[in-house]
Write a protein that binds this ligand. Structure first.
Ligand code: SF4
Length: 376
């Protein structure tokens, strides 16, 4: 699938969305990713939710890849803070393109790997386009990370979404990728036709068994030009509401956290193209943060429900969680005050508290809850 990966866009360089810097996740140990978008390249199917399509002249040719990266290397060096530097081929199904074309793209990167300008390569593809011969080729050319478009582990959802592969393809692809020593990412979607919260949670149970190195989760959006647009206009598809998506996602995020599987991103990266093409669905530029805030609201509610009420409440959390506790535009605080009829809520950061923990001061002492202990 077309991927808006990472969380921080560091700079935009050329062409219509072909190249932009990203920093993955919030941790400095994560690589800085330079994505090269090859829209729809190698795609055999037309997935219902996808509107990626580039005219041939807009596609970045293998010969122009290296020049583009070298031109951008100055900004790369300025922006990079000592982490791993990865080039990523996104936007299509890289391993489904002709073998000779894969080699042409990968060969262009070899001098950059040899000179140390880049450290490794990542790419996105479909789970049914990863045979032994392909994996051997990718290893030979320095590919380290493979992001697999899983979307769902329910065959009916995959079929209704026009994916053209089955859940078992993800099982065998992941097992092969691990045997070959690749880092594996799974892309999941919620709210596809035929999907439900239970089906999403069942999908996560199967994903947890497969133990990918990270996952990304994107709510299904209706985009201009995607086949889903026609279904939506005909009243045959209704996207999730933003609140509905948050309810599914908070359960999913906790499930993955308990299984120690990192969630690299939730929601598509905000881009000009997305803003231009967005028609309907649970889009929010900071969806991950909304989920974290919702979890803090649930924790605060839990603590206030079971402990003696006073006219005010004093909460403590890690300083980096203060914005999650407050919620966007102080929304959590305002809602809690109204719900529990409180005159005042005080919040204070405490370095010694682990991230994801909320503590309430009560007459009998202090009581804490961690987000992983929430049950929905
Ligand atoms: S595999 Fe499907 S979602 Fe991904 S780029 Fe191709 S058509 Fe779009």
């Amino acid at each position: 699938m077309g991927i808006g990966t990472g969380v921080t866009v560091l700079g935009l360089f050329t062409g219509p969305s072909n190249l932009q810097f990203e920093m993955k996740g919030h941790m400095s140990t994560h690589p800085v990713i330079l994505p090269i978008f090859l829209p729809n390249l190698g795609c055999r199917e037309r997935c219902l939710f996808c509107n990626q399509r580039a005219a041939p002249e807009e596609l970045l040719s293998p010969s122009s890849v290296r020049g583009l990266i070298e031109t951008s290397s100055k900004a790369w060096m300025i922006d990079k803070k000592g982490g791993e530097k990865q080039i990523a081929f996104y936007g299509g199904s890289f391993t489904a393109i002709h073998r000779d074309d894969q080699v042409r793209y990968l060969r262009e990167l070899q001098p950059l790997l040899a000179s140390g300008l880049i450290d490794s390569i990542r790419l996105s593809t479909r789970p049914d386009a990863l045979g032994e011969e392909t994996l051997s080729l990718l290893k030979q050319y320095g590919v380290k990370t493979i992001e697999v478009g899983v979307q769902s582990m329910v065959d009916e959802v995959l079929f209704l979404s026009g994916r053209g592969h089955r859940a078992e393809d993800t099982v065998s692809a992941t097992s092969q990728l691990k045997q070959w020593g690749f880092e594996v990412g799974h892309h999941l979607m919620i709210g596809l036709p035929g999907d439900s919260c239970n089906r999403f949670l069942q999908t996560l149970d199967r994903i947890i068994e497969l133990k990918p190195d990270f996952v990304r989760i994107h709510p299904t959006l209706v985009l201009k030009g995607a086949p889903l647009e026609n279904l939506w206009r005909a009243g045959k598809y209704s996207p999730l509401s933003l609140d509905g998506a948050i309810q599914w996602l908070k359960k999913g995020v906790l499930k993955l956290e308990k299984a120690s599987i990192p969630v690299a991103r939730i929601g598509l990266q905000p881009t000009q193209e997305l803003e231009r093409d967005f028609l309907a669905g649970p889009y929010h530029p900071a969806l991950h943060q909304l989920i974290d805030s919702t979890l803090f609201f649930d924790m605060a509610k839990h603590l206030l429900q079971i402990h003696e009420k006073e006219s005010q409440a004093i909460f403590f959390c890690h300083p980096k969680d203060l914005s999650n506790l407050k919620g966007q535009r102080n929304e959590n605080i305002l809602k809690l005050k109204t719900h529990f009829n409180l005159n005042e809520i005080f919040i204070e950061g405490r370095e010694e508290l682990p991230r994801g923990t909320l503590r309430l001061k009560t007459q009998g002492g202090e009581v804490s809850v961690h987000r992983k202990s929430l049950v929905f």
